[in-house]
Design a protein around this ligand. Structure first.
Ligand SMILES: [Zn+2]
Length: 267
C-alpha cells in the first residue's frame, strides 16, 4: 500500500490557506524522499528528522513542485540539517528563492525515489516550472498548486502564471484518470475527476465574467476586478487582479480581446 506521510508546514495565512502540505515517502531501511520543501521552520524539519530516523530511512531526495517560496524556500535549511543528497525541480532560472543546487527534472522523467518510482509531469500554468509527480502504481498524483479542494488556485500573471497552460495542465491530469490527488494545500482529493471538472468549470465561468465585464465597458484590470469580485479581503485583491490579467492575456492570445495602453476591449 502506498501511504505517503502528510507532514504539514503549519504556515497558515491569507496566501497559503490552511498552510502547506509536504509528503514523506520513507520505506523502512530505504532512502526517503520529501515532496515539497516547505519554508524551513525548525518544527517542520524536526518532524521530518523524527520520522526518517524512526524508519532508518535517511532523506536522500527532495522533490519540489515549483519555486514559490512556500514550496521551495525550505530547501537550504533541509540541506544543512539533513544532508539531503539531491534536490529536484524543473529549473526556472529567472526565479529561485531557495538557491540550492537543483537537479533539473524534465517532463516525463522517471524518478527512483523513496523506494518507489514517480514520473514527473511538467504542468505549467500556476507557475512556469510547475511539476506534478505521478505514482502510477497507486494511481496517485502529487499535484502541488494545480488544484485544491474547495478553493481556486491563483494564476499570477506577473510571476509567469499562464491560463492557457493551466487549463492544458488540468486536462492532462484529468486524462490520467487518477484515483487520488495529494495537493500542496488542503485535504487529499479522492474524487479527482469531479474536482478537476469543477476547477475547469470555475475557470470557464470566470472567463465568461471577464468577457461580460468588457462588454459592459470595464476596460482596465482594476475595473474588471471590481466588477467581478465582491467583498474580497484587501490582501487578496492583488491576487484577484493577477487572475483577471491572466484571463485577459488568454483572451488576447485567442484573438478575443485587445489591449492598447492598458485599456482592454473585447473583439
Ligand atoms: Zn504556488
Amino acid at each position: 500500500m502506498f501511504e505517503p506521510m502528510l507532514l504539514e508546514v503549519r504556515n497558515a495565512s491569507a496566501f497559503t490557506g490552511s498552510g502547506n502540505n509536504t509528503y514523506l515517502l520513507a520505506p523502512a531501511g530505504g532512502p526517503a524522499c520529501l515532496i515539497d520543501a516547505g519554508i524551513g521552520t525548525e518544527e517542520h524539519i524536526e518532524v521530518i528528522a523524527t520520522h526518517t530516523a524512526a524508519r532508518h530511512s535517511p532523506l536522500t531526495d527532495v522533490l519540489v513542485t515549483h519555486a514559490h517560496v512556500d514550496h521551495a524556500s525550505g530547501a537550504p535549511a533541509l540541506a544543512r540539517r539533513l544532508r539531503v543528497a539531491r534536490f529536484g525541480k524543473h529549473v526556472w532560472p529567472e526565479y529561485d528563492p531557495a538557491g540550492v543546487n537543483w537537479h533539473h527534472v524534465a517532463d516525463g522523467a522517471r524518478l527512483a525515489v523513496g523506494g518507489t518510482e514517480l514520473t514527473a509531469l511538467h504542468t505549467p500554468g500556476h507557475a512556469p516550472d510547475h511539476l506534478a509527480f505521478w505514482h502510477e502504481a497507486s494511481s496517485t498524483v502529487f499535484t502541488g498548486d494545480l488544484v485544491h479542494a474547495g478553493t481556486s488556485v491563483a494564476i499570477i500573471h506577473s510571476r509567469g502564471g499562464d491560463l492557457i497552460q493551466y487549463v492544458a495542465s488540468l486536462e492532462r491530469i484529468l486524462a490520467l484518470e487518477p484515483q487520488r490527488l495529494l495537493p500542496g494545500h488542503g485535504p487529499a482529493i479522492d474524487e479527482p475527476a469531479r474536482v478537476l471538472s469543477v476547477t475547469l468549470a470555475h475557470r470557464r465561468r470566470r472567463e465568461a465574467q471577464v468577457i461580460e465585464a468588457l462588454r459592459r465597458g470595464a476596460s482596465t484590470v482594476q475595473m474588471i476586478t471590481d466588477s467581478i469580485y465582491d467583498g474580497l479581503a484587501p490582501g487578496l485583491v492583488v491576487l484577484a487582479r493577477e487572475n483577471v490579467r491572466a484571463h485577459l492575456e488568454k483572451l488576447r492570445h485567442e484573438g478575443r480581446a485587445t489591449c492598447d495602453a492598458d485599456e482592454w476591449r473585447g473583439t
